[in-house]
Design a binder for this molecule. Structure first.
Ligand code: HEC
Length: 173
């Protein structure tokens, strides 16, 4: 009895950490893609906050990499029914695939916009983490983020697309 309890506790603790190692095939591939997006979005946000020196060429490269892997490249990694552990993809994806595709394609549009705006002045407000750039009532306040243009506004929109899709189509951890 004692032994099996220990095994259960260890299994529970290890489950989250092991999720990536267990993911194979297309699920593993899209997790890798998302991890790469995470790295790129972190880098872009760090440069806009001044934690890293703002380097327009690096922002452009990161944005171009996101745009090249968004859209259909990304939705192709979500074949019908490929949810279930260890994946965090919700079955809703295949109940409304056009909505899912819309976010993937909007991510491509906004990252292309960011690449085009990378040479501009990185001025404006941005949350510390890309994960906090969410659509909501506050979005339209505080200096018209929507219409202001420039790299910060574009970066905010890139992150908002990541978060909007996650809110609708990804299980909470
Ligand atoms: C079209 C919808 C969509 C967009 C856009 C999107 N994601 Fe995701 N993301 C998902 C889904 C669905 C999962 C869960 C995939 C799975 O576990 O099978 C996920 C998972 C993740 C994960 C966890 C990966 C892991 O290893 O478990 C990270 C990190 C992530 N996304 C980052 C991002 C970033 C950063 C962006 C924007 C640059 C982004 N995503 C854009 C749908 C999206």
């Amino acid at each position: 009895m004692k032994l099996s309890l220990t095994v259960l506790v260890l299994a529970a603790a290890g489950a989250a950490a092991a999720a990536h190692e267990n993911a194979t095939g297309v699920v593993g591939e899209r997790m890798e893609l998302m991890e790469r997006f995470d790295e790129l979005a972190d880098r872009i946000f760090a440069m806009m906050h001044g934690e890293l020196a703002y380097d327009p060429a690096a922002v452009r490269r990161a944005a171009e990499e996101i745009s090249s892997k968004a859209g259909t490249h990304m939705t192709a990694l979500f074949p019908e029914g490929s949810s279930g552990a260890p994946s965090e993809a919700k079955a809703e994806i295949w109940r409304d695939f056009p909505a899912f595709e819309h976010y993937a394609s909007a991510l491509g549009d906004w990252s292309r916009e960011l690449a085009a705006q990378a040479d501009g002045q990185p001025r404006g407000k941005l949350p510390v983490s890309w994960e906090d750039a969410v659509m909501g009532p506050g979005m339209m306040q505080g200096g018209g983020m929507m219409g202001s243009g420039g790299p910060v506004s574009a970066a905010w929109h890139v992150a908002a697309m990541c978060n909007a899709c996650h809110a609708e189509f990804r299980e909470e951890d």
